[in-house]
Design a protein. Structure first.
Ligand code: NAP
Length: 243
């Protein structure tokens, strides 16, 4: 039986590239999306055109009830998950003084609470199976803090601490937990920043270019593999030298 990878937010960007790469590497992928149904269907078609199959589930992970619904669907159909990639995320570029309660709560529930709830529920299945890989997609801003992104930075910093602590709880069950902290990666999220700021930002990157979503996916694939069996409780940067 193929290993099963649950990848949240796989309609676009980094999650999409993870879905395509894991599928190519013999995983059965469970993809999730919130509202980009057409994009998600295209990813599913691409996977099918490669001769593989995958499953697509709509879930607004900012809502705990939808996190639980997703978990129950996966549990009922598959009974196990080998790899969980908590990738779905949102960002807002605003000064903290301009952020509404709703925006703050949405950032925290999508970027931090959802990965915590999904890790709690999916790790129960992994413990039964005595195998698992949890990979949390954090951010460079979670390490060093980003101006105009203070709440986003807080959620991503929280995700890194959560990763390190959970890894200690789960290591004896043969489950590794790591986070990936991308720098600036070419996706829709990056293009929320103005062209001027993007140019300035690019000049700050020692490698001289933005990263590609497929480069992040390759790191996730490695962390999920047997080659990474002794790597846990780590936060791994992929940022072209930006720090
Ligand atoms: P993206 O292209 O904007 O894609 C975001 C994905 O998350 C989409 O699939 C989206 O679904 C999903 N999503 C958003 N809100 C959701 C919700 N409430 N429930 C379920 N799914 C939801 O972003 P990306 O750049 O690939 O980012 C992926 C992850 O990498 C995020 O956690 C982000 O913080 C992190 N990251 C990105 C960068 C970067 O430069 N791009 C840098 C550091 C970290 P829909 O398509 O249905 O909306």
């Amino acid at each position: 039986m193929k290993k099963i990878a649950l990848i949240t937010g796989s309609s676009r960007g980094i999650g999409k590239q993870c879905a395509l790469l894991f599928s190519k590497n013999n995983y059965f992928v469970i993809m999730t999306y919130k509202s980009s149904k057409q994009e998600a269907m295209k990813v599913l078609d691409e996977i099918k055109n490669q001769g593989n199959n995958a499953m697509l589930i709509k879930a607004d992970l900012s809502k705990k009830s939808e996190c639980m619904k997703l978990v129950n669907t996966v549990k009922d159909i598959f009974g196990k998950v080998d790899v969980l990639i908590n990738n779905a995320g949102i960002s807002i570029q605003k000064l903290l003084i301009d952020c509404s309660d709703k925006e703050i709560e949405n950032l925290i529930s999508t970027n931090l609470i959802a990965p915590i709830i999904l890790s709690r529920e999916i790790s129960k299945l992994m413990i039964t199976n005595q195998f698992g890989r949890i990979i949390n997609i954090s951010s460079i801003w979670g390490e060093i803090g980003g101006s105009m992104e203070s709440v986003y930075s807080a959620t991503k910093g929280g995700l890194i601490s959560f990763t390190k602590a959970l890894a200690k709880e789960l290591s004896l069950a043969n489950i590794t937990v790591n986070s990936i902290s991308p720098g600036a990666i070419e996706t829709d999220m990056l293009h929320q920043i103005s062209e001027n700021d993007l140019d300035f930002f690019k000049n700050e990157i020692p490698i001289g270019r933005f990263g590609k979503a497929c480069e992040v996916a390759e790191l996730a694939l490695f962390l999920a593999s047997d080659k990474a069996s002794y790597i846990t409780a780590q936060n791994i940067g992929i940022n072209g030298g930006l720090n």
